[in-house]
Design a protein around this ligand. Structure first.
Ligand SMILES: *[C@@H]1O[C@H](CO)[C@@H](O)[C@H](O)[C@H]1NC(C)=O
Ligand SMILES: *[C@@H]1O[C@H](CO)[C@@H](O)[C@H](O)[C@H]1NC(C)=O
Ligand SMILES: *[C@@H]1O[C@H](CO)[C@@H](O)[C@H](O)[C@H]1NC(C)=O
Ligand SMILES: *[C@@H]1O[C@H](CO)[C@@H](O)[C@H](O)[C@H]1NC(C)=O
Ligand SMILES: *[C@@H]1O[C@H](CO)[C@@H](O)[C@H](O)[C@H]1NC(C)=O
Ligand SMILES: *[C@@H]1O[C@H](CO)[C@@H](O)[C@H](O)[C@H]1NC(C)=O
Ligand SMILES: *[C@@H]1O[C@H](CO)[C@@H](O)[C@H](O)[C@H]1NC(C)=O
Length: 677
């Protein structure tokens, strides 16, 4: 009898040992997990157990990648209640609660707070890194760690909210690199208004993803189709979330909210055995929330980065000039409600949607109608930009957190504007202005013709060379380091530089429509235009602040126009109209070099041979400017953004003459600018 019991207990022991070996990815009511033991997911990807961070004796229950050499914790259970010894044990209770207890005295330090009515419960570590509680025959989870993330989002995890169950998955950073307790930063799905991801620093917004536009988040144009992961955004009555999945399950990728307040995407490089940082949010200064405040637009290519949107002006110009943008911008012309219209702005990160109104199925026309009829509606736009566009956003407050991307990134938004600001909408005042302008232009042309012939004659008589040494100081406040020296050889200015008439330019650029704006240089905005003959041009509208006289300006332009080299952008004319001076350049269809070399996808288009050709071309252009040209010019701002590319990807240096043309004549704002590259 006694022998039988012994055999029975022995076999049950044997059985339980076998059971443990067989079921290493599970914890059952009878088999708790004690400190020093581990649970490994069935595919061997993740491991669950107790760990201590570097330089710490505290013991936490966590999940990490099993296969890789760098210990990477993706989830922590008791982040606020660590053990200070190895007495911890993870237990599954009969009623489906997962608890961390002191195995010596039974005190509970952490609990999943879950209950279940299922029979024969198990807690299982899935190969996705998800720790779930379920009945052994039931596919439904009564609790899962993916619903209670720490600081890491793994493939398959939903980042967002379930409106039915109330589950809200919020990432919260570790306090420091070696302390898993709650840090200052959280990353969550905000559902006031249309959903958008928000990174909070305490209770203030640090970064905003912008609303989903069907392809990606409005504020993350870098989120594109890629070989590592796919992604989706789901928004319906039940839930709203963003999630991603691996294309190749062996290339790990994760999103982690680091203690410094940056959400980083990493992917594991098996060859070098390090995590490669793919993208960050916030990625730059313009990604920080509300940098330029109401109606200010942030553009990292500008310095300073904030400017008022077109047709807006700083609310407090003095503060604005000293780079204090906290008062934002206001319309130059106040609204008048009934007769207002809308102006389209392109290449924009849509403003904060927290207080916006939306309708997912409304057309843009209907959207405009509704916005038009409500005087407090400030702007409208599509929600989904795929195809012809769909859905309707309406904004009723000042537009916050706008940035300008330009190019193909960013979206269109239509902002309410007083009728007198509506460019081409055919108001009498506008027509009168254009008429006067063309009259002025004809007059100027006439005067120039006369002065030209007179000057030519005089020059021929004199036939002597004038050498002028000009030492021009541009940035008084920056001291001698930014002084600029030129040798100007002023010989026969016999060159026919077309003077364009202002109506031609207005027509070509569609009255300087914001959608034609292709950039903003230090000296003013640049617009794309098409002349009647179909020739494409780029019009640089020099800031009106320049106090240079028209004659001086003309002379300068003629000098610059003489600089002809295949690696310099060709100036084809200018236009003078009252205070306004414009330069007309040939249009470069392939944009500037920075759009290639700083972009992963575009960068692939430039193979080594092309790159070498571009480098060579830039060097030739520079050599010409420095040594071979009539004017000796030091560019001072040579950067990828100033290298334009023609149809055949030949490099052309731009902006080379303007520094010289405007020395000493800049506004205070421009002179404070840090110069040069
Ligand atoms: C666990 O219980 C033992 C015995 O009461 C105690 O000495 C120890 O400090 C406890 N550990 C923790 C982390 O509470
Ligand atoms: C560990 O924690 C327990 C409970 O908080 C405490 O009573 C004990 O003194 C601690 N032990 C050490 C070595 O700090
Ligand atoms: C479980 O409930 C307790 C008490 O309400 C709470 O302090 C704790 O944070 C909860 N645990 C989890 C994992 O939500
Ligand atoms: C999972 O839950 C749903 C609804 O709660 C239920 O209809 C379904 O039968 C459950 N699945 C299993 C395998 O029990
Ligand atoms: C990583 O590389 C090693 C050796 O090169 C290989 O054995 C292993 O399968 C690779 N792991 C993954 C996840 O690709
Ligand atoms: C959204 O717009 C569509 C089409 O105009 C309309 O039928 C629908 O009722 C609107 N939904 C809401 C909630 O306003
Ligand atoms: C305009 O829209 C606001 C915000 O939705 C609303 O409170 C107000 O009643 C509307 N006014 C009119 C005249 O419809």
């Amino acid at each position: 009898m006694e022998g039988l019991t012994r055999i029975a207990s022995l076999s049950s022991l044997l059985f339980s040992v076998l059971f443990i070996c067989d079921a290493v990815d599970k914890i059952t009511v009878n088999t708790p997990l004690t400190d020093g033991n581990y649970v490994v997911s069935s595919g061997g990807t993740f491991e669950l157990g107790f760990f201590s961070p570097e330089n710490s004796i505290n013991r936490f229950l966590g999940i990490w990648y099993k296969q890789i050499s760098v210990r990477t914790i993706v989830w922590v259970a008791n982040r606020e209640t660590p053990f200070n010894d190895t007495s911890g044990a993870l237990k599954l209770t009969e009623n489906g609660n997962l608890v961390l207890v002191n195995s010596t005295n039974g005190v509970v330090l952490w609990s999943s707070n879950s209950t279940s009515v299922s029979m024969s419960l198990v807690a299982q570590l899935l190969d996705s890194g998800n720790l779930v509680i379920r009945g052994s025959s039931d596919g439904n989870y009564t609790w899962q760690s993916f619903d209670h993330p720490t600081d890491t989002a793994l493939p398959g995890m939903k980042m967002g909210k379930n409106f039915v169950t109330g589950v809200d998955r919020i990432l919260c950073s570790w306090k420091t690199k070696n302390d898993p307790s709650r840090g200052d930063f959280t990353y969550l799905m905000d559902t006031h208004g249309y959903p958008q991801h928000m990174m909070m620093s305490g209770s203030s917004v640090r970064f905003r993803s912008g609303p989903w536009n069907g392809l990606s988040f409005s504020g993350s144009p870098g989120l594109k189709k890629n070989p590592i992961y796919t992604f989706q955004f789901v928004f319906n009555q039940q839930e709203v979330y963003y999630s991603f999945d691996l294309i190749n399950p062996y290339i790990y990728s994760r999103l982690v909210l680091d203690p410094d307040g940056v959400l980083r995407r990493f992917s594991w490089n098996n060859r070098t055995q390090v995590w490669t940082n793919l993208v960050n949010a916030p990625a730059d200064n313009c990604a920080l929330y509300g940098q330029c405040h109401g109606y200010g637009s942030c553009d990292t290519n500008n310095s300073p980065i904030c400017s008022c949107m077109d047709k807006f002006k700083p609310k407090d110009p003095k503060d604005w000039l000293s780079a204090d943008w906290s008062n934002g911008c206001v319309r130059k012309t106040p609204l008048n409600c009934k007769s207002d219209g809308f102006i389209k702005y392109s290449g924009i990160k849509l403003p904060d949607t927290r207080n916006s109104w939306y309708n997912l199925s409304m057309s843009l026309e209907k959207c405009r109608e509704i916005c038009m009829t409500n005087c407090s509606c400030m702007a409208y736009s599509n929600i989904d930009i795929r195809g012809k566009g769909n859905g309707c956003f309406l904004w009723f407050d000042d537009l916050m957190d706008i940035r300008y991307y330009g190019g193909n990134d960013g979206q269109d938004i239509y902002i309410r504007m007083a009728s007198s600001e509506l460019g081409s909408s055919g108001l009498k005042k506008k027509i009168l202005r254009v008429c006067l302008a063309s009259l002025g232009a004809v007059l100027i042309l006439f005067l120039i013709l006369i002065s030209f012939t007179w000057k030519k004659k005089k020059d021929r008589e004199k036939r002597q060379k004038v050498q002028q040494q000009q030492q021009l100081t541009r940035e008084g406040s920056l001291g001698s380091s930014s002084r600029q020296f030129y040798t100007v050889e002023n010989d026969n200015p016999d060159i026919d530089l077309p003077l364009f008439d202002v109506t031609t330019i207005l027509k070509a650029t569609n009255y300087f429509s914001p959608s034609n704006k292709i950039g903003e240089g230090g000296f003013g905005p640049v617009y794309k235009g098409v002349l009647k003959e179909g020739k494409e041009i780029a019009v640089k509208r020099l800031s009106k602040y320049s106090t240079q006289g028209n004659d001086e300006f003309k002379n300068e332009v003629i000098l610059i126009a003489k600089l002809q080299h295949r690696n310099l952008v060709n100036l084809i004319g200018c236009c003078i109209h009252e205070e306004e001076k414009m330069l007309i350049y040939e249009f470069m269809p392939n944009n500037s070099l920075d759009t290639y070399i700083f972009d992963k996808d575009q960068g692939r288009l430039l193979d080594w041979q092309k790159r070498f050709r571009i480098i060579n071309g830039i060097a030739r252009g520079l050599l010409y400017l420095h040594q071979d040209s009539r004017l000796r010019i030091i560019h001072r701002d040579l950067k990828a953004g100033n290298i334009l590319l023609d149809v055949d990807m030949n490099p052309k240096i731009s902006d080379f003459g303007m520094a010289r043309s405007f020395v000493g004549n800049e506004t205070e704002a421009n002179t404070r600018r840090v110069v040069g590259t």
